[in-house]
Design a protein around this ligand. Sequence first.
Ligand code: SAH
Length: 267
Amino acid sequence: MTGNRPRFPLPLSSLASKSHRSGDISRTPLVSVATPQTATQNVVQHRHPVQSHAGMPMVSDAVRRAMVARLARQGVNDTVVLSAMGIVPRHQFVEPGLINQAYIDASLPIGYQQTISQPFIVARMIELMRGARTLNNVLEIGTGCGYQAAVLANLCQHVYSIERIKPLHELAKNNLRALRIANLRLHYGDGMLGLPQVAPFDGIILAAAGKQIPTALLQQMAIGGRLIAPVGDQQQALQLIERTGTTEWVKSVLEECHFVPLCSGII
Ligand code: SAH
């Protein structure tokens, strides 16, 4: 899927201001459906819950295992990521009325015009950020309901996640309480500023799309660290940034995607 991957050392100034070039995208099928609108459509489409083949309840371990098998078929190869996806009970992060849809491959609404991301895009982005390394310090921008943060906590030493919408920050706290995850810290704030007090990070993952990657986040990457983010407005693509030196970052533009917008400030 990376037939057309530009890799070139870039100074921070050019990276942060570089506009999106359509030629940079390798044209692969649209994989992410994460807008509130499409999330609502997902709910309507699956109003009559899909019955699992073995007649299992839709929240059983078997259904989660089936999701993991599907992710592997979709091209997620990293067994560390697949096993973390197999551990986290996604049904505990969706609204009670949507529990029967928790393991379908779709984004779902979580309120405040935001979504829980589609399982495939969660796994794909974490796989890209991880790059088969052991992750120590990881930052997520856009906690939402807390699902991806819980997956990350299963494969990183320390995870920090920032959310700008107070009721969603509270929702994530509630969702995560029962799971008792000791290595995850939730912050209420503007993720575009990062978390300088606990930087540098060897992985940064953005769950919302900005027109460009915030400079503060590039600065908070460890040398050798990787950042994965959807970038763009109407047209978005995943970007993978690797920090190769004090003043050098390498950018790869990957597949098209569709995320809710990265917004500044807190509400
Ligand atoms: N991580 C989630 C997906 C959340 S959707 C999951 O597990 O599925 C994206 C989230 O990013 C929304 O909750 C939105 O409020 C948040 N967001 C957008 N801009 C932000 C910013 N500047 N700082 C922190 N959170 C932000």
